[in-house]
Ligand binder design. Structure first.
Ligand code: ATP
Ligand code: ZN
Length: 285
């Protein structure tokens, strides 16, 4: 049977989450001896382990059918591939930074300045759109030291916590784009591979929908049920089941982790009892 070939990062920030995502989709992959290639045991899939920089090109050429990598790399390489899904991990931002003691009052600061970056395409698009002329110094890595060695006036790089910037005497002054890991696809998949991709997407969405959500069950006297229903958002509306105990009902619903404690407090204040909270593994909408 035809297999779909997926390229993921061999070793780096996205590797673990990429394998984890496949696992959550019920696709078992082992790469014990760090091979370049492996076959999933229970899904028609071949997994290629590559450098993230090589993934867009391989997907464009059809060496791999689909791939997982950072949006930033997809934008920068600008290959003829399709972004099919944002995956919710590998989040970061691409920002401009300048020496920490320099005054900054807007992007005009960068007029005629030299900026070092590994993302020259994304950066020149940003300044072109603003009509600002800059001198872009394309570097392969270690961008953060460019100002201290006198190579550039500022830098444009990936930031997550900002501690690297501080260590290099820099301050972040503009966030240009935000990025996360995405699933990309070749634009001419065979019908069978297209079907396999759709199956995978269905599973990815079920996983993403369940992530960050909890299933809540509680008991409450019938007279407060309307209040309880108002507090619980739910997928549609909560399910309400009568209890053997007359005058009482059981309410089932789904809530976001973010609102969790607030909602539980509200529920208690309105008379809910026996509140049970259960993690959700998958959610098919
Ligand atoms: P490779 O050896 O595969 O070329 P790399 O050094 O280019 O690896 P990593 O540093 O592993 O790449 O980063 C991979 C991706 O992880 C980035 O392109 C970006 O999308 C994402 N990412 C998330 N947070 C960060 C961060 N703090 N620094 C760098 N990349 C990050
Ligand atoms: Zn890379």
């Amino acid at each position: 049977m035809e297999k779909i070939k997926i390229a993921i990062q061999k070793s780096g920030r996205l590797s673990e989450n990429s394998i984890e995502l496949l696992k959550e989709c019920g696709i078992k992959v082992t790469n014990g001896d760090r091979k370049l290639k492996t076959v999933a045991s229970n899904f028609p899939m071949e997994v290629l382990f590559l450098r993230d920089d090589d993934i867009p090109q391989y997907v464009e050429q059809g060496v791999a059918d689909i791939g997982i990598l950072g949006e930033n790399e997809v934008w920068e390489q600008d290959k003829n591939v399709q972004i099919v899904e944002q995956l919710g991990f590998g989040g970061c931002r691409l920002s401009l930074a300048i020496p920490k003691d320099d005054d900054y009052n807007g992007v005009d600061y960068f007029n005629n300045k030299r900026i070092a970056t590994s993302y020259p395409k994304i950066l020149s698009k940003f300044f072109d759109a603003k009509g600002i002329k800059v001198d872009i110094e394309a570097l392969g890595g270690s961008v953060e030291i460019a100002t201290s060695i006198g190579l550039a006036d500022g830098i444009f790089d990936i930031v997550s916590t900002g501690s690297t910037l501080i260590m290099n005497g820099l301050k972040e002054v503009e966030t240009v784009v935000r990025s996360q890991a995405v699933l990309i696809s070749n634009k001419n998949l065979s019908p069978i591979k297209k079907q396999l991709l759709d199956e995978m997407l269905f599973r990815i969405k079920a996983y993403k929908n369940g992530k960050g959500k909890k299933y809540v069950l509680l008991n409450a006297p019938n007279e407060v049920i309307p209040d309880i229903v108002r507090i619980l958002p739910g997928m549609r509306s909560p399910s309400i089941l009568p209890l053997a105990d007359e005058g009482w009902s059981s309410v089932h619903s789904v809530i976001n982790d973010d609102d969790f404690w607030e909602i539980i407090d509200e529920l208690k204040r309105h008379g809910a009892e026996g509140i049970l909270v259960i993690p959700i593994e998958k959610m098919i909408l």
